[in-house]
Design a protein around this ligand. Structure first.
Ligand SMILES: Nc1ncnc2c1ncn2[C@@H]1O[C@H](COP(=O)(O)OP(=O)(O)OP(=O)(O)O)[C@@H](O)[C@H]1O
Ligand SMILES: [Mg+2]
Length: 497
């Protein structure tokens, strides 16, 4: 973030790490800062040596060696910002690492700053206290807009057809949220080829590009919502909560003084509608849904865990207002307290950056997290201020089971009026929503086999043949309920049978 970067430079933090995929944009920002602070600005890379950013001329010949460079910076007289590109590669070298630390300490009393600009995070533990890591935020709506306007100007001079009334322009910009400027420009270029111009037809192309890029992170998925809250049976308290806040992210609500909802944690019995609700909120609130695979944050091959969390947060904030769905949040986060000894503290650092963000985020990203196994849930996630509310999702009682039967019978294009729903709900006590859905499907098989219409008896038969999970997991469910009494609100508080 530019403001953060400027504050740190001004306060003479001598070693900074600018984490970004957009080297060019990062350098532009640093150039602006250097002008504002009246410091000279140099860029170093191993291949080009040290250059003056403005003139692109070498400042000193033969400065390709990292140690020679650090000597030069140490002895440089005057005020200056030194951006070192991909310097993280050299930090594996013992001497360079040590030298950087020493130069950093010395520079604190000067008006010189070293900024490591890299796309990946590689900071040896010895330097972690000396170096401040900052992310370059993805482009703001304003920057994307300016970039689009520049493109339009250029196209007009080339006689390409450009039809961009303000509402279409706004939609294109919105579709571009979450992309880097280069990605945005590439997406536009691609669409120019297929659509022969800029118009409303450009929008789906950019959205597609965005979906692909999000998928490429390997951790996030852009989800197409198609469930609505109407398809969720029972859970009235939860649905009420969500319905009350349906327009909380609108400008009107903000002007009225309504704060952005932060998020919800849904804890509960398997197959009772946690994931279903998460998906349904997105279409109910008409906001894009990003699904985060927590397990993948910790997969070394995708990138370092901490960098992965940063990337997720950055993308979600850039796409906001949106919903970030963290399904099975406890996955991969187990054993936080003991992990200090097993994984060098990675798990606890990831949990702590996530919780800090949950607590302090100001951008309209609504987090909806689900969890089954409370015993491995990091306790810091449950503290006040992380989520607006923790809801406990229990097995559905009679009335909710009736609703769930109706929903699933209707989903199969049958009229619920033709079935004895009350009876089905009565005999399926202890069934989860998922098991009720399964009973309807098994009933269909039965009727199909005998080549006749689906009847109450078919569904009843499959209910009788099923032993619900809740019977085998009585103790676990009781444990969950006891846990929830003190810590969570009930998603439904109709009396159980
Ligand atoms: N309350 C409900 N209303 C309607 N359908 C439901 C309900 N609960 C579950 N179902 C059906 O069961 C399916 C599975 O439920 P879902 O994935 O939401 O369970 P979950 O609570 O996330 O379980 P898990 O803890 O195993 O992830 C849903 O897609 C839906 O078809
Ligand atoms: Mg689930």
């Amino acid at each position: 973030m530019k403001v953060q970067m400027k504050i740190h430079i001004q306060a003479n933090y001598s070693l900074l790490y600018f984490l970004t995929w957009e080297e060019e944009r990062a350098l532009e920002k640093l150039d602006e800062i250097s002008k504002e602070l009246r410091r000279r600005f140099f860029v170093w890379s191993e291949t080009k040596g040290l250059r003056n950013y403005v003139t692109d001329k070498p400042e000193e010949e033969d400065l390709n060696d990292p140690e020679a460079l650090l000597d030069f910076i140490e002895n440089f007289s005057g005020k200056g910002i030194f951006a070192l590109l991909d310097f993280h590669e050299f930090l594996n070298d013992r001497t360079v690492k040590r030298r950087l630390k020493e130069v950093g300490q010395k520079l604190r009393k000067s008006h010189k700053n070293i900024v490591l600009v890299s796309a990946t995070m590689n900071l040896p533990i010895e330097l972690s206290k000396e170096v401040v890591v900052l992310d370059l935020d993805l482009p703001s709506v304003k920057e994307i807009g300016e970039s689009l306007d520049k493109i339009t100007e250029t196209l007009k001079t080339k006689d390409v057809s450009v039809e961009l009334p303000p509402n279409i322009r706004e939609k294109i910009v919105k579709a571009g949220q979450g992309l880097t400027l280069i990605e945005f420009k590439n997406a536009i270029a691609k669409s120019l080829v297929t659509n022969q111009g800029l118009s409303h037809q450009t929008i789906p192309g950019i959205l597609d590009e965005k979906k692909q890029l999000i998928r490429k992170t390997g951790i996030l998925e852009y989800f197409e919502p198609n469930d609505t809250l109407k398809n969720v049976g029972g859970l009235e308290n939860l649905k009420d909560w969500l319905t009350t806040r349906a327009s909380a992210f609108s400008n009107r609500a903000t002007e009225f003084g309504i704060p952005n909802p932060k998020g919800l944690l849904l804890v509960g019995v398997q197959g009772c509608g946690k994931s279903l609700t998460a998906k349904a909120v997105s279409s109910h609130w008409k906001l894009p849904l990003l699904r985060l695979d927590v397990g993948k944050i910790f997969h070394g091959y995708i990138g370092s865990s901490e960098a992965n969390v940063r990337q997720v947060i950055q993308l979600a904030e850039a796409i906001s207002p949106c919903i970030l769905w963290i399904d099975e949040i406890e996955k991969g986060m187990s054993g936080t307290s003991s992990s200090g000894s097993t994984d060098g503290g990675t798990t606890s650092r990831v949990v702590s950056s996530l919780t800090t963000w949950l607590q302090e985020k100001t951008k309209p990203v609504f987090v909806i997290a689900t969890a089954n196994r409370i015993e491995i849930l990091p306790p810091e996630l449950l503290r006040k201020g992380r989520f607006d509310e923790i809801f406990f999702v229990d097995l559905p009682e009679q009335e909710a089971r009736e609703e769930i039967f109706r929903i699933h019978v209707e989903k199969k294009n049958r009229n619920p009026e033709k079935f004895d729903i009350t009876k089905l709900a009565e005999i399926s006590e202890g069934f989860s929503g998922a098991e009720i859905e399964q009973a309807v499907i098994s009933g269909l098989f039965e009727a199909f086999k005998e080549d006749r219409i689906l009847k109450t008896e078919d569904i009843a038969k499959s209910i009788e043949e099923t032993v619900p999970l809740s019977q085998m997991m009585k103790e676990e469910i009781q444990y969950l309920r006891n846990w929830a009494v003190l810590r969570a609100r009930k998603a439904s508080d109709r009396i159980t049978n």
